[in-house]
Design a protein around this ligand. Structure first.
Ligand code: IVH
Length: 667
């Protein structure tokens, strides 16, 4: 056989294997026995061994080929991978339907899908080839897990659509694979996975794809991210198209004309759920028409055109053996129930917050009680109620102390608050929690300074205030347990880097009452330096959009304290940046060419990435969306603009080229 003939043979076998694989892994309908598939695969392998130059990445022999990675690369999601708002009962679904109906002119129909309990993935295809797979991460930045995803047999390595298309969906571990995996882990003395979702996530987070390959993961795809096409009009068509392309889509989806039909679907799956061979945690309801989806748009976190109905949380019974107290960053003393360990919704629960004394009284919770536990939103453990029939009269009533368990000073109950607070500013428990908050991710984001290290540093009296963090030196740090030279160097480096943070991080990190990360950003953009903010009057503060009376009061009060002025001075002298270094806010009154305009970007641009152009337009008050509709004001078409361009022409939407964009941006 010469090379030409080998190539032809290879192509023919690949096509056959592609078909067999699709029938087996995607459609669950094999047309040939496994032995036949294996035989063909061996034949292909032999040909590829003889002609290594004919091996391509999309060959079925190459699913597990990749070498272990050092670390995962970051992946930027140009269209964020959002999460969904929740509904917990039929009335909340009806509310969703009402909002959707009121938000558009035409009648609304819905698509219902099972909410697969796995982890969200994004699959990028270029020129028909699978080129990159990523996790959702925080929605904007995920991790590149291509080599692990390639091992999942239901993910096609090639598709017939040659457009660049990003397909989204869920990777999960079917029950059968999960049970087999945990049995094996048990036999090997490894800790079993708590639930299929953790097992799937753990498998995809392995740096060596050989491990993921053994875990028998599966996928259901249900969405599209970036895609240069406008022919598809509805979510139901999109699901059909994904299936046609060879992706595994969940067959149980249904189109519903009314919300009552949706509720029937929800009820059906509430009882049928145990008969599925994979885990679901709810039902996702989506407005079917894509133009209507766009019209409804998004809130800050989630689309208005979709909602997740969550099944009621599993409830279990255990004993409450004690109530412990902790003092938080703001001095609030919180009681926590200590429980006999019990499994709820897949993980072991040993503690549950009781929030405050009023709640303990309202539920009449006593030490020694038998209690019902559930996980609120399937995450946070909660004591639902006491099982009174199990009372033995030996249970003890609990009373909150009158003094702080950490520093002994008197506790106070502030007006209109149920919480008890320690108001001693030097209370060690508050100082410690304040330090933990200061270094946390949304605040100064000092990597390597986790809770455990802070506690050690605090106990060793190496840090008492946040300024002390910037006084730490090598010798001090090397004394700590489990801190080698390398970790000390990394930590010092992270502390150094944090000095340059823009001031919203510092503002949030200071822990001013009522000032969350978002308000901190607004304040930073508005006042630009810590000095300006400190000098701002109550009236100037309240004049800022999004800053209410309570917050303005709290900020003005905070900055009037002498200790605060001293602390800021110390931080300044230690080299901590006191200025806003982010994107400037264009002032509300300033009209720009993009004010209130909806813009769609399409095609490649020479001077900007999509993300850059988007940010610039948004900074000038415009909003950038993904697809063209009647509501679009401007379409900016770069090189090779495809169907969005055509759609804009059809709808008579204003079209600009890159030069016009540059002029509008004054670039
Ligand atoms: S749609 C913009 N459909 O649930 C909305 N999500 O909170 C995109 N999920 O992160 C999500 N099954 O991981 C959608 N049929 C389904 C789903 C589904 C599971 C997950 C997904 C997402 C989360 C939403």
């Amino acid at each position: 056989m010469d090379k030409q003939q080998a190539q032809e043979k290879i192509d023919a076998i690949k096509e056959l294997l592609h078909q067999y694989g699709h029938e087996y892994y995607v459609l669950d309908k094999p047309s040939v026995p496994d032995s036949e598939y294996d035989q063909k695969l061996r034949e292909l392998q032999e040909l590829e061994d003889a002609y290594p130059e004919l091996v391509t990445a999309d060959s079925p022999t190459q699913r597990v080929g990749a070498e272990p990675l050092e670390a995962f690369q970051k992946v930027q999601h140009n269209i964020p991978m959002l999460s969904l708002g929740n509904a917990f009962n039929a009335d909340e679904l009806r509310d969703f339907a009402r909002r959707a109906t009121e938000g558009t002119d035409k009648p609304v129909s819905y698509v219902c899908e099972l909410k697969i309990d796995g982890l969200a993935i994004s699959l990028l295809y270029e020129d028909g080839k699978f080129v990159r797979g990523a996790t959702r991460g925080d929605g904007t930045t995920g991790e590149d897990i291509t080599s692990n995803l390639r091992t999942i047999r239901s993910i096609p390595l090639t598709i017939k659509d040659k457009d660049t298309i990003e397909v989204r969906g869920e990777a999960f571990m079917p029950h059968k694979s999960f049970l087999a995996l945990n049995q094996k882990r048990d036999e090997n003395g490894d800790e079993p996975f708590a639930n299929p979702r953790n097992a799937a996530a753990g498998s995809l987070r392995q740096l060596d794809p050989k491990i993921a390959a053994k875990r028998n993961l599966d996928t259901f795809l249900y969405g599209v991210g970036e895609w240069e096409t406008g022919t598809i009009q509805s979510h139901s068509e999109r699901l059909s198209y994904l299936k046609e392309l060879g992706f595994k889509t969940n067959p149980e989806w249904r189109k519903c004309q009314t919300i009552e039909e949706v509720i029937d679907y929800v009820e059906y799956w509430t009882t049928e759920r145990p008969n599925l061979n994979y885990e679901i945690d709810g039902i996702v309801v989506k407005v079917d028409d894509l133009d209507q989806q766009e019209e409804l748009g998004y809130t800050a976190k989630s689309p208005r055109w979709a909602i997740a109905y969550k099944f009621p949380a599993e409830e279990v019974i255990t004993t409450l053996t004690d109530i412990e107290l902790s003092v938080g960053r703001t001095g609030v003393v919180t009681p926590t129930a200590i429980l006999d360990a019990v499994k709820v919704a897949g993980t072991t629960v040993k503690r549950a917050s009781l929030h405050n004394e009023d709640l303990i009284r309202a539920k009449d919770i006593r030490i020694g009680d038998t209690v019902v536990i559930k996980k609120a939103g399937d995450i946070i453990p909660e004591v639902v109620r006491v099982v009174e029939e199990k009372r033995t009269d030996k249970e003890e009533e609990f009373h909150m102390p009158t003094t702080c368990p950490a520093c002994g000073s008197d506790l106070v109950r502030l007006e209109e608050e149920v919480a008890l607070r320690c108001i001693n500013p030097n209370c060690p428990a508050q100082l410690k929690e304040g330090l933990i908050h200061f270094v946390s991710r949304n605040a100064m984001n000092i990597d390597g300074l986790g809770e455990k290290v802070i506690i050690q540093l605090f106990q060793e009296k190496l840090i008492q205030t946040i300024a002390d963090i910037y006084r730490l030196n090598r010798e001090d740090l090397l004394k700590l347990e489990r801190m080698g030279e390398k970790s000390v160097d990394n930590l010092l480096q992270a502390i150094e880097v944090s000095k340059g943070n823009s001031i919203e991080r510092l503002l949030f990190g200071l822990g001013i009452r009522f000032v969350g990360a978002k308000a901190a950003k607004t304040l930073a953009q508005q006042f630009e330096t810590i000095d300006n903010l400190q000098q701002a009057s109550y009236d100037e503060l309240i004049a800022v959009d999004e800053i209410g009376e309570k917050m303005a009061d709290s900020i003005a009060h905070y900055f009037s304290e002498q200790e605060v002025t001293d602390l800021l001075q110390e931080l300044r002298e230690l080299g901590v940046n006191m200025e806003y270094t982010g994107v400037k806010r264009s002032s509300q009154s300033e009209e720009t060419i993009f004010s209130e305009k909806t813009v769609v970007l399409t095609g490649k641009m020479e001077h900007y990435t999509r993300q850059e152009a988007k940010e610039k337009i948004e900074n000038m008050g415009g909003s950038v969306t993904g697809s063209v509709s009647k509501k679009t004001d401007i379409v900016i078409a770069g090189e090779d603009a495809g169907s969005k361009f055509e759609k804009a022409q059809k709808l008579g939407v204003t079209i600009w080229d890159e030069q016009q964009l540059r002029e509008a941006l004054n670039d």
